[in-house]
Design a protein around this ligand. Structure first.
Ligand SMILES: [Cu+2]
Ligand SMILES: [Zn+2]
Length: 226
C-alpha cells in the first residue's frame, strides 16, 4: 500500500512536470527517510534464481551486510621454510543473504607466484592446518575452478603473490555464503597452499580432489565479525 502511494506520488510528479516547469516545491514530494530503490541479486546457475526487489527504506532497514574474518597464521607443523613466514587477514562481506560474497585482504610471506586458496571443512587447527580436513564440499562435487557451476563450495581458486611475497586478494564469489545453511563457510578454515591449484584440469586422480596445490602454508578459522 505504501509502495502504491509512493508510485502515485511519483506519477503525479511526472505529469506535473509535463504541464509546467518544475517548481521549487517538487522536493517536498520525496521525503528523505523513505527512498525507493531497486536491488538486483544475481542468480547462481543451478542453485538459485535472480532476486529482483524494490525495498523501501526504512521498511527494510534490518538487512545489514554480514561480515566474517579469517586471521591466517602458519600452520604446517613440519617446519618448512615457507610455512614460518606466511600470515594474513581476509575479510568476507555479504551485502544480504544469498548475495555474492566479497573476499578481500592481504596474505604476506608467500613465495612469488600462484597459491591454492580454499575453504576446508573443519574449523579445527589442533594439529595445524591439516586438521581442517578436505575441501568444504557439501554437494559432493569434484574439485574445480571458482567459475565452474559444479565445484567444491570451498574452491576459491588461486591467489597471486608478487615478488614482495604479498598477495592482494579482492574478488566476488557467488557460491560461498555467510548465512548458515549448506553453503555457509563461517566456522570452517581458510587455507593457503604452497603450490598452484590446477582447478581440476590436471588430468590425474588428485586434481579432482585437491587441485594438486601441495602443502598448506597458512590457515585460519573463519569467524563472524558482526
Ligand atoms: Cu586447500
Ligand atoms: Zn576443491
Amino acid at each position: 500500500m505504501a509502495l502504491l502511494l509512493v508510485l502515485m506520488a511519483l506519477a503525479s510528479l511526472a505529469t506535473a512536470a509535463d504541464d509546467a516547469p518544475p517548481s521549487k516545491d517538487v522536493e517536498t514530494f520525496e521525503p528523505k527517510d523513505r527512498s525507493l530503490f531497486v536491488r538486483n541479486i544475481p542468480g547462481i546457475n543451478g542453485f538459485s534464481s535472480n532476486i529482483y526487489e524494490i525495498p523501501m527504506h526504512p521498511y527494510h532497514f534490518d538487512l545489514q551486510p554480514l561480515q566474517a574474518l579469517s586471521v591466517l597464521s602458519a600452520g604446517c607443523g613440519g617446519g618448512e621454510a615457507d610455512c614460518a613466514a606466511c600470515s594474513g587477514e581476509i575479510v568476507f562481506t555479504q551485502p544480504s543473504p544469498g548475495a555474492p560474497v566479497l573476499v578481500m585482504g592481504n596474505v604476506t610471506g608467500l613465495a612469488a607466484g600462484m597459491h591454492g586458496f580454499h575453504v576446508h571443512l573443519r574449523g579445527d587447527m589442533r594439529m595445524g592446518c591439516e586438521s581442517a580436513g578436505p575441501h568444504f564440499n557439501p554437494y559432493l562435487h569434484r574439485h574445480g575452478a571458482p567459475q565452474d557451476p559444479m565445484r567444491h563450495v570451498g574452491d576459491l581458486g588461486n591467489i597471486k603473490a608478487g615478488d614482495d611475497g604479498v598477495a592482494r586478494v579482492e574478488f566476488l564469489d557467488p557460491i560461498i555464503s555467510l548465512t548458515g545453511g549448506p553453503r555457509g563457510i563461517v566456522g570452517r578454515t581458510l587455507v593457503v597452499h604452497a603450490g598452484q591449484d590446477d582447478l581440476g584440469r590436471g588430468h590425474d586422480k588428485e586434481s579432482i580432489v585437491t587441485g594438486n596445490s601441495g602443502a598448506m602454508v597458512c590457515c585460519g578459522v573463519i569467524g563472524y565479525l558482526n
